[in-house]
Design a protein around this ligand. Sequence first.
Ligand code: GLU
Length: 435
Amino acid sequence: MTNENNPFESAQELIRSAAHKLNIENSLLEQLLEPMRILEVNIPVRMNDGTTQVFKGFRSQHNDARGPMKGGIRFHPGVTRDEVVALSMWMTMKCATVNIPLGGAKGGIIVNPKELTEGAIERLSRGYIRGIYKYLGPTQDVPAPDVYTTPQIMAWMLDEYEVLVGGKEPGMITGKPLEVGGAAGRASATAQGGFYCIEKLIEKMKLNRMDTTVAIQGFGNAGSIMAKLLHDAGYRVIAVSDSKGGVFRSQGIDPTRALDVKAQSAHLACYEEGKVCDISKIKQTKEYKPISNDEILELEVDILVPAALENVITGKNAKKIKAKAIVELANGPTTPDADKELAKKGIIVVPDILANAGGVTVSYFEQVQNAYNYYWEEEETFQKLKKIMDESFATVWETKEKEQVDMRTAAYMVAIKRVSDAMRLRGRAKRFVQD
Ligand code: GLU
């Protein structure tokens, strides 16, 4: 019996079931169920009041059969070792689903960055790199942003790494500011990739943009940009929320206002302080209504986009989901128990390892540009991203039809086939004959 809220057990269950369908050798499956290496560091940080606080950080390096390992670093009070390991497993699967030549890794520090000064965040970021830099590098393992980490944090990490190794290595980390080797389009890439998936999905569902209603849970980098892209393309985004709560408007919300208009607007008073909504502050009007994070998941919409953290759609609330489709911009928002329930109800789930792969794909483009020291226009980046996302969506959809499975299982089958082929070629499988 697995604990559905433990992302590591969820990741193992997903890999195990797709690997069995593919008849993968046990010796390979065993390697896919655990990370190759996990680093744990305790980072002393001088705080602004003169005291020293110690923070715990992890880096899980799951699999490098297809190339250097890749994955973000998360700063969050809820980070656990198991969560970081699960996220690293999902990175291996994600890079393989979109067929980019990278493996999977993930990092995390147990910290609430909102409680730290900028200086303390910089010292923490540099300390983390000092702890693990020997295992990082453009040909080994390449970090990037994730929940609550920013391009500025990537710049500090790059700088610390370059001091330690004594040379310029811009490709050791991605999601950097443009000034220090970042790629045009990286900041909006996760949402952009998810948007291309939604465009393909509505074709399959025979919907048109104007009639398609969307609810977005999570208004960080991915969720807020997704809201804007959808709104600009003519979709009706009827609800958005962040960790404090959300807002609903049946005619549709203009997310540009949600982002730009802060306390000034009477209707959107809830956008104060860059938050989508603090329920207690909402000025209710006939049009705009407060909505909780639980309610937003249960709205009757065509497409629900979870864009925050893991485990929001579980065995407990899956029965109440009324969306026709779910597009996972977050990593791991749906538990395996919920998946079973959603499948029974005929709800299509475009899985995280496909729907949010735009971010890591443009990170890969960033590495390529760093290696050449030659940079592309944003337009070129998005053209290349669209091609990869459209082809990956088509491959996963065809596999789902052919194998008569849901889209998540199909994506895992595509990914595990690619990863295990590379592992076998490298001689990591058990041989049947003695040599
Ligand atoms: N954190 C992002 C993800 O989960 C991006 C990772 C990357 O760019 O390496 O996919």
